[in-house]
Design a protein around this ligand. Structure first.
Ligand code: EPU
Length: 303
């Protein structure tokens, strides 16, 4: 039954000329470098093609998941059924320096976009330089760092909804909350228009470097991880609580709580998602025992 539905999805992708792979190992597409295969990995190259993928998934009642830079994601070792829509090919960027307007695709690599706008003397994104996601992921997760938030910089977003097709949303129509927004699998970001402010390129670059420096001194940068694992509980820091419970360096198999920042899990290359998930459970239990605070995961898990 499922096999027939997947075959029809494949035929639909072929007919529309949308690039795809079968049984694509998702470890290649997650920053933690773990995870099993996607039954079908579709890589639309335009907003219209996102629409086709969404419609195929709906018509065939096949699960659909959206993958950006895979920086806040754990994929089960067994992989995931159905379609994974990878936004990587939607990576166009157009910068109008005079107007301070940036038009960019959901798949563009956020730190690269930050560096490009800063080098042109556009201020606004520099605080987000260390966020290892895609633009679509940053908007969907409402990713933040230090004082940086994407919401105030958004002019409009073009998104694809399963019910309404392509929609254009202005900033005041978009809900940005702590680590979530109006966007998700039901409303997929295709591209965004950001409004930045002109300043001297050297001044913007200096701030960007300062943000990168603070990140490097407080977080494990340059090693495989999935970013912060738990959301911060109201008025506190998950990292501080995990550290306070004495868990830095605590490991399950090859997965370990980072010694640099306790809300990060790092691994030695031999680990699995199963071990990471077990470590998450063990940390949650220990923190409840030590502090009565139940931590909630920020990282997304695909089974
Ligand atoms: N702390 C410890 N031990 C640790 C980690 C932190 O004692 O192992 C203490 C720090 O010394 C500091 C406090 O906890 O006093 C807060 O730490 P930090 O400034 O590193 O911020 P955070 O609350 O742990 C949040 C975000 C990060 C974001 C940073 C910087 C969440 C879950 N985390 O971390 O976001 O980069 O602020 O703005 O919201 C992410 O979402 O993936 C992420 C990494």
């Amino acid at each position: 039954m499922r096999a027939r539905e997947i075959e029809r999805v494949i035929q639909g992708l072929e007919a529309a000329g949308i690039p795809f792979e079968r049984d694509a190992e998702l470890a290649r597409f997650t920053t933690i470098g773990l995870g099993g295969p996607a039954e079908v990995l579709a890589r639309p190259t335009s907003t219209a093609e996102i629409g086709v993928v969404v419609e195929l998934a709906r018509n065939e009642t096949v699960p659909l998941r959206v993958l950006g830079a895979g920086s806040n994601l754990l994929v089960s070792d067994a992989g995931v059924p159905g379609i994974v829509l990878h936004t990587g090919a939607l990576d166009h960027v157009h910068i109008d320096v005079e107007a301070g307007i940036v038009d960019a695709g959901a798949g563009c690599h956020f730190p690269t976009l930050v560096k490009r706008t800063a080098s042109k003397g556009l201020r606004g994104l520099e605080g987000g330089v260390g966020i290892p996601g895609s633009l679509g992921g940053v908007l969907t997760m409402n990713a933040g760092a230090y004082q940086f938030a994407i919401g105030p910089l958004v002019d409009a977003v073009e998104a694809v909804s399963a019910d309404k097709g392509t929609v254009e949303m202005r900033r005041d129509e978009i809900d940005f909350k702590y680590r979530k927004s109006s966007f998700g699998t039901g409303l997929i970001v295709a591209s965004a228009r950001l409004r930045l402010r002109a300043d001297a390129p050297d001044a913007v670059r200096a701030d960007l470097n300062a943000h990168m420096h603070s990140r490097k001194t407080t977080q494990p940068v340059g090693v495989k991880s999935a970013g912060c694992i738990f959301k911060n509980p109201d008025g506190d820091s998950a990292g501080r609580l995990i550290d306070g419970a004495g868990l830095k360096g605590f490991a399950v198999g090859g997965a370990r709580i980072s010694d640099v920042h306790a809300n990060f899990i790092v691994h030695d290359g031999s680990s699995t998602t199963t071990e990471v998930l077990e470590l998450i459970d063990r940390v949650r239990e220990s923190v409840v025992k030590a502090t009565q605070v139940e931590l909630e995961t920020e990282v997304m898990t695909w089974h």
